[in-house]
Design a binder for this molecule. Structure first.
Ligand SMILES: NC(=O)c1ccc[n+]([C@@H]2O[C@H](COP(=O)([O-])OP(=O)(O)OC[C@H]3O[C@@H](n4cnc5c(N)ncnc54)[C@H](OP(=O)(O)O)[C@@H]3O)[C@@H](O)[C@H]2O)c1
Length: 262
């Protein structure tokens, strides 16, 4: 299948590690130019080098996306280096966990600043030029927690619930402009974040964090957690010409964990 994104210009937030990094590599493999956003300059340089090995233009920008100024700097850097943005992968996230009865509401605010408001701000910055070009793709990476709140995951579940709502509303606003806005809700995925999420339980039980991650995987219908490349391949499809009639959809990819239908 021809994905039709050779030469498209992609901005990937949180592209220095994990799912975002895998998106950068898969987009570059398909011939898209990439602008990678994160905060760690060393990690950014490494992923830019790997992306450039596919013969595409690859640049990075270090920016804190929890503030408007960081979002604007990331957008401006992409426009300066690549000439515009055709594909936006909103992926940067870093929510904490903790029991709701003791949770400082600032933890929720922080998660929303980066993820909910960061994703919306990046979309607002990118959409005018996508509209002008008559083509655009926005893929938001949310998470199953957005529809599965627990007493311990409020920051991430509220931030992800907001992303689901933002996705639907943005899609309604721009579908007529040939701009597709969709959201992926991954389940537990083999990244630094998965180990962060498992650490509390590992410490309470006095076992290695990898033991907890493996157990979490075995509890799923698929009997394992996802690899970042598996999420990235779905993101690249949604970012492609091939997804041309997928508007405002939420794709759950969690190894079969989700009980709700659909
Ligand atoms: N892994 C999972 O199990 C899982 C499950 C469901 C949903 N998700 C979602 O998938 C997305 C990616 O998760 P991941 O597991 O790949 O996470 P990760 O490995 O921790 O990577 C997070 C990325 O976001 C960047 N980032 C964090 N804070 C930032 C900030 N303030 N400004 C700019 N960039 C920032 C990080 O770069 P720097 O630290 O260098 O800035 C890094 O590139 C997140 O939105 C997460 O909520 C993950």
């Amino acid at each position: 299948m021809d994905l039709g994104i050779h030469g498209k210009r992609a901005l990937i937030t949180g592209g220095s590690r994990g799912i975002g990094r895998a998106c950068v590599v898969e987009l570059a493999r398909e011939g898209a130019d990439v602008c990678v956003v994160g905060r760690d300059a060393t990690l950014l340089a490494a992923v830019v080098s790997e992306a450039a090995s596919f013969g595409v233009r690859a640049v990075s920008v270090a920016a804190d996306l929890s503030q408007f100024e960081g979002c604007k700097a990331a957008f401006d850097a992409c426009v300066t280096a690549l000439g515009g943005v055709d594909i936006l992968i909103n992926n940067a996230g870093a929510a904490t966990t903790g029991p709701i009865l003791d949770l400082p509401v600032e933890a929720i605010q922080d998660a929303m600043n980066l993820k909910s408001f960061g994703y919306l701000r990046m979309a607002q910055l990118c959409i005018p030029s996508m509209r002008a070009n008559g083509w655009g793709r926005i893929v938001n990476i949310a998470g199953g927690a957005g529809t599965s709140p627990t007493a311990g995951n409020m920051p991430t579940s509220i931030a992800n619930a907001a992303v689901l709502n933002i996705t639907r509303a943005l899609s309604d606003a721009v579908a007529k402009d040939n701009i597709l806005v969709n959201v992926i809700c991954p389940g537990l995925t083999n990244t630094d974040r998965a180990r962060t999420l498992a650490r509390g339980q590992a410490e309470r039980r006095g076992v290695d964090v990898e033991v907890v991650v493996a157990e979490m995987g075995r509890s799923l219908p698929a009997r394992r957690i996802a690899e970042p490349e598996e999420v990235a391949r779905v993101a690249v499809f949604l970012a492609s010409e091939a997804a041309s009639y997928v508007h405002g959809s939420s794709i759950y990819m969690d190894g079969g964990a989700r009980r709700a239908t659909p």
